[in-house]
Write a protein that binds this ligand. Structure first.
Ligand SMILES: [Zn+2]
Length: 108
């Protein structure tokens, strides 16, 4: 391999990496949009110039309580509480691993 080829190869590898990252980003964006978390609704408070997501602040500015017009807080989707689904998955995986360990121990 000559020294002149290296920058060209590096550029080729780099462009491949960038294209993969772009594909992953597009996939994540499509997935996010499908899950209903696409473009977040943002509002800017005219009093303190604070930009916030009304979804997480009950529809009002967290600093002064300004309610942006046209944002219905009752129509906003609730943030998902992942504690119990994740905890259940952890318990099921732990039980499965316990069974596998016991089976493997008794087979030897
Ligand atoms: Zn405000």
């Amino acid at each position: 391999m000559s020294a002149e080829l290296r920058p060209a190869m590096l550029a080729e590898v780099w462009s491949w990496v960038i294209s993969q990252v772009e594909q992953l980003r597009a996939l994540a964006k499509a997935l996010s949009a499908r899950l209903g978390r696409g473009e977040e609704i943002r509002a800017t408070c005219p009093v303190d110039d604070w930009t916030f997501a009304p979804r997480y602040t009950d529809g009002v500015c967290p600093l002064c309580g300004y309610r942006p017009p046209g944002v219905d807080a009752t129509a906003l989707p609730e943030p998902v509480d992942w504690f119990w689904p994740v905890f259940g998955t952890l318990v099921v995986a732990s039980l499965g691993m316990s069974v596998l360990v016991i089976v493997a121990y008794n087979r030897v």
